[in-house]
Design a protein around this ligand. Sequence first.
Ligand code: GLP
Length: 264
Amino acid sequence: MLVLLKRDSEEISRQAAQLVAGAVRKKPGLVLGLATGGTMVDVYKHLVQLHKEGSLDFSRVVTFNLDEYLGLPATHSQSFHYFMREHFFSRVNVNPRNIHIPDGTIQGNYDQYCASFEEDIRKAGGIDLQILGIGRNGHIGFNEPTSSLASRTRLKVLSQETMDDNAKSFAPGEERPRCAITMGIGTILEARKIILLATGAAKAAAVAKSIEGPIASAVSASVLQLHPEVTFIVDEQAASQLTQREYYRRVLEMTALLTPDRLS
Ligand code: GLP
């Protein structure tokens, strides 16, 4: 596990975009796992900029998004379909046929739908690089605390904390989603490489538990400790409860010196 300590969200988003860009340049048909949320907005901004400058081609990239609210159509301004179109897909040249986002409008037959989403990932050859944010409660995707660490893509009931966090995005009185379709933790762990981004003091406890705490279903992101190629990129505030910050800095220095490929 690598922990990159950055000053602020600008540095984080730049670094994450560079890692994604490097991966796409190395493998133009990259299978890229994508995330939504405020933390991701500037990552997409930088990727769009690289594309506009002519240095990044997404035409062969295949994407899989982590999750979508149940009940929201792609046209709803709070849907993750809408988010992705606004911030990324309408601004770069990803082939629409290569875009996969769980469908929030399905009704019934959830298991069958989720199995077909998993099948699509398999058919694409598996996810090469998965980008993750993290919830205040340590969730990744919408794998809320106590999610099975072996879970697959499925219908998931949102926790009260997540509904409260996301409530601010919905109009007063508007009905808010109580469930989501999300990749499972087992699905996420199969990605060949994982990057998790976290900014701000509200994420500090979740980040510390995920990196330095025991692996527990109570903190879904802690399972990433089992993954051989995971990089946490966190800003000063999100890193404030980590006890081994000095060690992470030294690891980074030595990695840059001895195995620089690990950082690109
Ligand atoms: C939602 C998404 C997560 C994301 C989280 C954090 O819950 N399902 O994938 O990590 O939001 O969002 P933000 O970056 O806005 O804090």
